[in-house]
Design a protein around this ligand. Sequence first.
Ligand SMILES: [Zn+2]
Length: 269
Amino acid sequence: MNLTALKGNERVKEQLSQQERRRGLSHAYILSGPGGSGRHTLVRLLAAGLLCDSRGEKPCGQCGSCLKVGKGVHPDVSVIAGPGKGKSITVDQVRALRSDAYIRPNEGSRKVYLLEDADQMNASAQNAMLKLLEEGPRYASFLLIANNADALLETVRSRCEELDLLPAGRPAEAAGGPERSELVSRMANALEGTDELKLLEMAGEFTAESGRSAYPAERAGGGAVRQSGPEGRGEPSSAGGGAGKAAERRGPAQSEWQSAVRLAVRGNV
Ligand SMILES: [Zn+2]
């Protein structure tokens, strides 16, 4: 599959390319990750890949289908979002989607549905979706965009392939290499044992190896994954418990790296 437009996320690219080669793309995916991780880029690539007319690598980016998907005007691609800002997709919207899904495609061989903030749907909407995932028409594909796949019902998750995206250039992924993996895995062990001093020591090692430029400040704030704790922004607070106090002793730079280490570890375990 041609997924070069998606930055980073090599594991997801490999997962999809292998799947396409072996058994073809799945009829349902959950694309989860924080804002800025490339979910919307990937969802467009998948939609184009599913509808692409090329006989070569898909999506080709040049055929009529790919161009229409790129412009957001393909008649067989529907984007479903909640009825207003901050509102999630309703059960009525899912029912309407279901009726639409049984009308055959207009010009492509498939119909593709993109569901925004799918993890915000309530249980009724998710259950209505479940029926479609289980017994929808063969030509229908569903791409569920989520901040946090854990918020979806297990029954829904079990019927979809999960694609976990990370913001491109995160230290663990940007740097790569066996030494880095080894370091990250040691950090993961230290985290499990909550051996804070050891972890901070390693954070120093991590800093020395990668340099601060590998971790732009913008990635330290906002988004579900990034809210790793009150000490994460270099503002130690008593609510942070032991970690907060340790961060205070070692200053804000260490504290920022402590947060970076957590992010790195989450991306690797
Ligand atoms: Zn194409």
